[in-house]
Design a protein around this ligand. Structure first.
Ligand code: GLU
Length: 563
């Protein structure tokens, strides 16, 4: 019975906490849970604290799978409670089989940081877990040593933290090789797989001809011996593989006896030293099953894998999760290929993984795109199976909704040129930090006879402009050279004359500012107070939103977000 023995109670609470949040709980959290439910234990605080430490150590000794299974068996109600419904606005269509909560996963390969293409699976899975309650597993799929970048483990976690995903536990596949080996032994024993030692070309030919290779008919005993030989370094790369018995007559050759394990001679894996590695279809099925994944949301490019994986589920007699495959999403205008990005960084073409010409999440962050905007854009795209092309404009529209109410306004004058305004007395301009929020305060800009204006601003022939928040200026042209004369303060006059309202800067105090865009750098000047907005997104009036990336004695560097 739960609750009879305080140590047991502490163990179950620690276990529930570990399953729910991933990682090892703090003693305080576990003691708090137990004391809350059993106030009578408060008089024995010291003893309870010592027992809590022991209970936590017992939980820590279990693997993530064992924790889930133990809790399911020992205290099913506590396991169910993890899935208690959250108050969460429904923004995505219902998923069948979600009544009791869901277990979902995001399963990136650590070959580089996450990019906008990953964001769809990452966000949609996360939203469903929040919508239904449950667990959200981050599974690092690093069983292909050739596609592992040692730095990506950290980068992926940072990107996930930036996106604000509600990850409850993290598993790394390279740490689970013994689990996959054991399952392979079971699968061979069930007659669902065999060790193939055929020459690759021969196997291909037989496969094309819908014929079994000579290895398919081997006995379980023979296969188990060969499998052991694989594990014992008895085969070199390419000499042996484990194949799943699939459908040799299937119309699609990819569905005919596909590989589940291979030998790699000396792969430089940053985490393990092994030479037998599972292929994705095997490790994905093993983990989806062992971790209790109920729903899988992934791209249409995995449909063939889903079909292959079905054979493995059938051999084991396991329940298949609910799948949703969303359509392809073409993304233009940025570099997304990890190898191309890495090459460009190594060659110095890109400044790093957050170079804003790249499609990485860190590049978006650097430009001032908020994770919430990425998320909202992904909700808008949803789970549809139609192929689409990703709309940057929609992402910008989502981001604009978020930054417009908070970004302070400033003047940035690109490529500035100084002009004297004839007939104008000194004026003080009072410009609002935010046009719809007076409580933010004002910026004061002092006019003393000359102003800095954007060189490109007015075409020859322009007769009047209004300097924003200051006054109107009449322009007369003499052989292509403009002359400026004060033309009154009235905004109504400027409107009547359909005058452009132009941002400007006093000559004194204007601060050098480089605006970095995906197309290149724009040199200019800005208000000195922009330096106080380091790390924030501001709006450069009439130019667009920008994130202040650096502010120092040499001036300001701002990254263009969008208009
Ligand atoms: N690691 C796989 C990928 O990034 C995902 C596997 C899956 O979703 O089943 O393509």
């Amino acid at each position: 019975m739960i609750g009879e023995d305080p140590k047991d109670l502490l163990f179950l609470c620690a276990l529930q906490n570990a399953v729910k949040h991933g990682g090892i709980p703090q003693a305080g959290a576990v003691i708090g849970m137990v004391m809350g439910a059993h106030p009578e234990l408060r008089s024995q605080a010291k003893g309870v604290s010592a027992l809590a430490k022991e209970a936590i150590a017992d939980v820590a000794a279990l693997s993530a799978d064992e924790r889930v299974r133990t809790l399911q068996v020992r205290a099913p109600a506590m396991y169910e409670a993890i899935f208690a419904k959250h108050e969460y606005k429904k923004v995505l269509p219902d998923l069948e089989g979600s009544e009791k909560g869901v277990v979902m996963r995001f399963a990136p390969n650590p070959s580089g940081p996450l990019h906008i293409g990953h964001a769809r699976a990452a966000a949609l899975n996360d939203i469903y877990v929040k919508q239904y309650g449950g667990r959200y597993i981050l599974r690092i799929e690093d069983t292909d040593p050739k596609r592992v970048d040692p730095e990506a483990y950290e980068m992926v976690k940072e990107d996930i933290a930036w996106m604000g995903l509600g990850i409850t536990e993290t598993v790394t596949q390279s740490e689970r090789l013994p689990i996959y080996y054991e399952l392979c032994t079971q699968l061979i024993t069930r007659g669902g797989a065999y060790v193939c030692t055929c020459d690759n070309e021969l196997f291909k030919e037989l496969k094309q001809a819908k014929k079994a290779c000579p290895c398919r008919g081997k006995s379980v005993e023979e296969n188990l011996l060969l499998w052991q030989k694989m594990l014992d370094h008895g085969f070199k790369e390419g000499e042996a593989s484990v194949r799943i018995k699939a459908d040799l007559n299937h119309a699609d050759p990819a569905m005919r006896d596909f590989p589940a394990f291979r030998v790699l001679d000396a792969p430089p894996h940053p985490k393990v030293r092994a030479h037998v590695y599972p292929l994705m279809n095997f490790s994905v099925v093993a983990d989806d099953h062992l971790l209790g994944v109920t729903h899988v949301i992934r791209g249409k490019d995995h449909i063939a894998n889903t079909r292959r994986q079905q054979f493995i589920y059938d051999h084991f007699g396991w329940k298949v999760p609910v799948y949703r495959h969303y359509g392809r999403m073409g993304i233009e205008g940025v570099v997304l290929s990890t190898s191309q990005m890495r090459l460009g960084i190594n060659e110095g073409t890109y400044t790093g993984w957050d170079d804003i010409r790249l499609g990485t999440l860190r590049a978006l962050a650097r430009r001032g795109i908020s994770p919430e905007a990425v998320r909202n854009a992904m909700v808008a795209i949803g789970l549809g199976d139609v192929d689409i092309s990703f709309s940057w404009d929609n992402l910008y529209a989502e981001n604009r909704k978020l930054v417009d109410p908070v970004a302070n306004r400033y003047f940035f004058v690109p490529d500035p040129i100084s002009f004297t305004i004839e007939g104008a007395a000194p004026h003080t301009a009072h410009a609002m930090l935010h046009p719809s929020d007076a409580s933010r305060g004002i910026r004061t800009l002092q006019f003393e006879g000359s102003v800095l204006l954007p060189r490109e601003e007015f075409a020859e022939g322009t007769e009047m402009i209004r300097l924003k928040d200051l006054f109107n200026v009449r322009i007369t042209w003499n052989n292509g050279t403009p002359a400026f004369t004060y033309a009154g303060d009235s905004l109504a006059d400027a409107r009547a004359a359909k005058a452009h309202i132009v941002q400007w800067l006093p000559v004194d105090g204007a601060t050098p500012c480089t605006l970095v865009t995906q197309e290149g750098e724009i040199k200019g000047l800005c208000e000195p107070n922009v330096g106080s907005e380091l790390g924030k997104v501001v709006q450069f009036e009439r130019v667009g939103f920008a994130k202040i990336d650096a502010a120092g004695p040499a001036g300001i560097v701002a990254y263009f977000t969008h208009r």
